[in-house]
Design a protein around this ligand. Structure first.
Ligand code: ADP
Ligand code: ADP
Length: 231
């Protein structure tokens, strides 16, 4: 079954810039793929189209929805999509727990349940002891973990990550790579991961989709064979 399917998708911005495509891409449920390509080739644009944050100029974007799930408030507004940006964009005046709870709060989930789910999401990223801390007290790597917890708290089917670790030092980045892999193996979510790093793409994903310079099209679609079975 497919999680995401793009067919003949192009994006031309109001400025006249043709940012993307035509792009054809099919991502299976549970797959971990990387989008790799030069700056400005349209990787972020592709993620925004998948997330429904922007409309394609032509072509079709299909995202599988939760089967049989009731749509509650805004929770499923992104079709069960979690988004992690390069900047963690945490609210400085709210605790870590409240930052992670925000999507549930917007979705009308009661406070007690929201707090419990936020704490569980924080535990899954190794920050169980930091729920009452404030963002300013955290390191860059920890802020990114909070951002990941916030994306996971609604239990999305699909996780879109836009160069999430690019601003972190190499050791922190490597730790986060390993923890993300462990999470993916245990949660079984579809992950689309945008990166500039060839190492990161090959290390993390089952499939590396290489894009051309703008307008981004697919240049290569490479299956990564692993010695150790995954998933
Ligand atoms: P990447 O993520 O691969 O670096 P982007 O998707 O951010 O690429 O951008 C692709 C191209 O579209 C770039 O030339 C960028 O300047 C342009 N672009 C991105 N967002 C907008 C926008 N909102 N309005 C106009 N042009 C944009
Ligand atoms: P940075 O992104 O600044 O390199 P890290 O995320 O690696 O930071 O964490 C910096 C420090 O914060 C660590 O050395 C550790 O002491 C503390 N820290 C990070 N994560 C945890 C955690 N889950 N539990 C306790 N301490 C942590």
């Amino acid at each position: 079954a497919l999680a995401v399917s793009l067919r003949g998708v192009t994006k031309v911005y109001d400025t006249g810039v043709m940012a993307l495509g035509p792009l054809d891409l099919a991502v299976r449920k549970g797959e971990f793929i990387s989008l790799l390509g030069p700056s400005g080739c349209g990787k972020s644009t592709a993620l925004r189209l998948i997330a429904g944050l922007s409309q394609a100029s032509s072509g079709t974007v299909r995202v599988s929805r939760h089967e049989g799930e009731v749509q509650i408030g805004h929770i499923r507004q992104g079709h069960g999509i979690g988004f992690v940006f390069q900047e963690p964009t945490l609210m400085p005046w709210s605790s870590v727990r409240e930052n992670v709870r925000l999507p549930l709060k917007l979705g009308g989930i009661a406070k007690a349940e929201g707090r419990a789910r936020a704490d569980a999401a924080l535990a899954s990223v190794g920050l169980a002891d930091f729920a009452d801390a404030f963002p300013r007290e955290l390191s860059g790597g920890m802020k990114m973990r909070v951002s990941l917890a916030r994306a996971l708290v609604t239990d999305p089917d699909i996780l879109l990550m836009d160069e999430p670790f690019a601003a972190l030092d190499e050791i922190t980045r490597f730790r986060l790579n390993n923890d993300l892999l462990a999470l993916w193996r245990s949660l079984g979510k579809t992950v689309i991961f945008v990166t500039h790093s060839v190492f990161e793409s090959v290390y993390l994903s089952q499939r590396v989709v290489v894009m051309t310079a703008r307008p981004g099209r697919i240049q290569a679609d490479i299956r990564i064979e692993t010695v150790e079975p995954r998933g």
